[in-house]
Design a protein around this ligand. Structure first.
Ligand code: RFL
Ligand code: PHB
Length: 390
């Protein structure tokens, strides 16, 4: 089999890239390790920047998003039993974010791709990129026990943090930057109305908590937990009790609880691999970088990478110019590092760190007090939260 762009991974990065390329007549095949149902069962991001929504508009996969997504014009910071609203719209000249689950984004892109008859091979085993340091790269994989080969001009590694693309690059060609945080997030999804109209990021003595949502009837909550914690040790009752203790009394009293639909623990990590291009192999999204979820940036960074990569590949295939692919890594990384900084900063500000000294505790407190007392500091937070320009 032959295609122009072999895309590894059918997460948001791979699917969005596939649709952008399809629109300008560039042929793609997506190879995905898991089944369609497995991919659609993963509960992940919930906050979309306007740039991400714009890309979904560009490919015509946003009708349901505009019908069902919730525009949010502010978020709350809760500390010292007080909620402080960050007026995203006022502080950014009218910008907002949209609450719409990553699961739904993925479903919309998959449905559109299937309707257009573009090839996605699910349950592709042992996917491996080859020859990307030359002009004739190819990808090998097994489908239903049969070995296959996909020849292409370019390989897009959109296969997430644990994927094969980055792992196929010789380690001496990669520079890794990493911070692992000494805690995780325990998340719970439930069909109960959200406790508030807007998201609440809460810092408490017992650890961080986040009140988020997927719709007016479906809530997503997170609490900071130990890294070595097991999800089975967290009954729903224990989760709800702990969440309540991290909120102010009025918010805790307003919380509606119910049986969980899903519960899982995610580790927190900052990670960047440089560069994002190796000959004819290009990394995009979590394959190249990870942010802790505190800033809601992971999916949105995958989208901005894809925007840059799409422009570069369009130039390569349609204008026969390599200028775009030569600039890709540099352009994408410039935005990645700013989102890394924001996610690291917000994580450091809002969580309890096991080894934190009394001095560091006071610094965290002072920074929060300063933040909510300064329009300039709040505007910097808002500007980053809604998403920096591409
Ligand atoms: P994905 O979504 O991991 O997709 C990669 C795909 O590649 C497949 N794959 C392979 N396929 C073939 N061969 C192989 N060898 C393969 N290895 C892997 C995988 O099965 C998968 O289908 O990466 P992508 O597309 O780069 O997208 C990135 C986002 O998924 C991620 O950044 C976000 O979910 C992060 N994130 C959030 N981002 C936001 O922008 N806003 C949020 O509110 C937000 N909240 C979150 C989050 C991530 C979380 N977790 C669980 C890590 C909340 C949480 C709890
Ligand atoms: C979510 O709803 O899953 C979510 C929202 C905001 C974040 C992280 C996760 O910062």
């Amino acid at each position: 089999m032959r295609t122009q762009v072999a895309i590894i991974g059918a997460g948001p990065a791979g699917l969005l890239l596939g649709q952008l390329l399809h629109q300008v007549g560039i042929d793609t095949v997506i190879l995905e390790r898991k089944s369609r149902d497995y991919v659609l069962a993963r509960i992940r991001a919930g906050v979309l920047e306007q740039g991400t929504v714009g890309l979904l508009d560009q490919v015509g996969a946003s009708a349901r998003l505009h019908a069902e997504g919730l525009p949010h014009h502010g978020v709350d910071l809760l500390f010292g039993e007080q909620r402080h609203r960050v007026a995203l719209d006022r502080l950014t000249g009218g910008k907002h974010v949209t609450i719409y689950g990553q699961t739904e984004v993925t479903r919309d892109l998959m449905d559109q791709r299937a309707a257009q008859g573009a090839a996605t091979i699910f349950e592709a085993e042992d996917v491996e990129p080859h020859g990307f340091d030359g002009a004739q790269p190819f990808v090998t994989y097994r489908e239903g026990g049969t070995s296959k080969r996909l020849d292409c001009y370019v390989i897009a590694g959109c296969d997430g943090y644990h994927g094969i693309s980055r792992a196929s690059v010789p380690s001496e060609a990669l520079r890794i930057f990493e911070r692992v945080y000494p805690f995780g997030w325990l998340g719970l999804l439930a069909d109960v109305p959200p406790v508030s109209d807007e998201l609440i990021y809460a810092r408490s003595e017992r650890g961080f908590a986040l009140c988020s949502m997927r719709s007016h009837t479906r809530s997503r909550y997170y609490i900071q937990c130990r890294q070595d914690e097991h999800v089975d040790d967290w009954s729903d009752t224990r989760f709800w009790d702990e969440l309540r203790r991290r909120l102010d009394p009025a918010t805790a009293a307003a919380l509606t609880t119910g049986p969980s639909l899903e519960k899982s623990i995610a580790p927190l990590r900052s990670f960047v691999a440089e560069p994002m291009r190796f000959g004819r192999l290009f990394l995009a999204g979590d394959a190249a970088h990870i942010v802790p979820p505190t800033g809601a940036k992971g999916l949105n960074l995958a989208a901005s990478d894809v925007h840059y990569l799409f422009e570069a590949l369009r130039e390569l295939f349609l204008d026969k110019s390599e200028a775009g692919i030569d600039a890709y890594s540099h352009k994408a990384l410039a935005r990645v590092w700013k989102a890394e900084r924001f996610s690291w900063w917000l994580t450091s500000l809002m969580h309890q760190f096991p080894e934190q000294s009394p001095f560091e505790q006071r610094m965290q407190q002072a920074e929060l007090d300063y933040l909510v007392s300064s329009e300039h500091a709040m505007a910097a937070l808002a500007e980053n939260y809604v998403g920096l320009p591409y």
